[in-house]
Design a protein around this ligand. Structure first.
Ligand code: A3P
Length: 307
């Protein structure tokens, strides 16, 4: 019932709902019953909303505020595991089952875990046990960034146009869609003491204030000085220079790298608010505006679309 956005063998869980690789079904139970610990912090996002950035922020705040940890320059995936990675890999076919779930078991506490799964596919007790940092980003920048992602990721290898991608996006035919449902589930829980709702745009424009809020939420009690250093260490320019951030580790047989090409800036493409203005044509913008209008008011959320 969909063509997908370059990903192969997708499955829609139920009408109007989540679109995932078929392999998800193999792990659905494990994921739904995943035993989170009280000390875990789950970074939850729809793709391209600033996941990697916030993973680096949270991991650094929890483990490395003085930037002295021996793992500082290790790939993010090894320090902050990607909960449902197995549904994208064929590693299981080589006889390795649930490699990421195994990595999670050996990750030292406190763990910073990444997921793009929505709240409704997490254990129902999640917020009773575990802190969740939900990151949202305005959908015009998300679609622009997601299109780029699907072009540079070898696994996806998207070859069609941006125009077509915008169509996929608003029709909920991209992996992890629907976008609005994802955001809505978290927005509705934004008052929950264990959920911190964070906007990409706020973190970008008022980094120190947002790091201060995270400091309170995580209970990390970092000094202003430490927070300032975290801000610099996790800034776009700094992260872009850390080449190994998305790479694989040499001695790792599983090779969890994203396998991306460096086209148009690679993973660290632009890192800004409003770059969609240079990419979306007026007809694409019209299409997206209509879709936003239809959804935004119902949810009652406000986004910043430009600087
Ligand atoms: P752009 O494609 O707009 O540049 P995710 O980690 O969820 O896949 O999100 C990727 C997006 O976050 C990309 O957006 C990337 O450039 C941006 N990003 C990554 N690190 C960032 C940082 N330190 N500051 C701002 N944006 C960052």
């Amino acid at each position: 019932d969909f063509t997908g956005c370059g990903y192969q063998d997708l499955l829609r869980l139920s009408p109007g709902r989540w679109l995932y690789p078929r392999l998800y079904m193999k792990y659905a139970d494990k994921l739904y019953n995943f035993e989170f610990k009280q000390s875990d912090v789950l970074v939850m996002t729809y793709p391209k909303c600033g996941t990697t950035w916030v993973q680096e922020v949270v991991w650094t705040m929890l483990n490395n505020p003085d930037l002295k940890h021996s793992k500082t320059h290790q790939p993010i995936m090894y320090r902050s595991p990607f909960l449902e990675l197995d549904m994208f890999t064929d590693l299981a076919e080589d006889g390795l089952e649930g490699v990421m779930i195994k990595l999670l078991e050996t990750t030292p506490d406190p763990r910073t875990i990444k997921t793009h799964l929505p709240l409704s596919l997490m254990p129902s007790s999640l917020l009773n046990t575990t802190k969740v940092v939900y990151v949202a980003r305005n959908p015009k920048d998300v679609v622009t960034s997601y299109y780029h992602h699907c072009r540079i990721t070898k696994l996806v290898n998207y070859k069609s146009s941006l125009e077509q991608f915008v169509r996929y996006f608003v029709d909920d035919n991209v992996v992890y869609g629907p976008y609005w449902l994802h955001v809505k589930e978290a927005w509705e829980k934004r008052q929950h003491p264990n959920l911190h709702f964070l906007f990409y745009e706020d973190l970008k424009t008022d980094t120190m204030a947002e790091l201060g809020k995270l400091n309170d939420f995580l209970g990390t009690m970092l000094t202003e000085n430490q927070l300032e250093r975290v801000a610099i260490h996790t800034s776009f320019d700094e992260m872009k220079t850390r080449k190994a951030l998305l790479g694989e580790m040499e001695d790792d047989p599983n090779k969890f790298n994203l396998d991306i090409i460096s086209l148009d800036g690679g993973f660290f493409r632009k890192g800004d608010i409003g770059d969609w203005q240079t990419k979306l044509t007026p007809p694409m913008e019209d299409k997206i505006n209509k879709w936003i209008e239809d959804n935004l008011n119902e949810i009652g959320i406000t986004f910043k679309f430009s600087n």
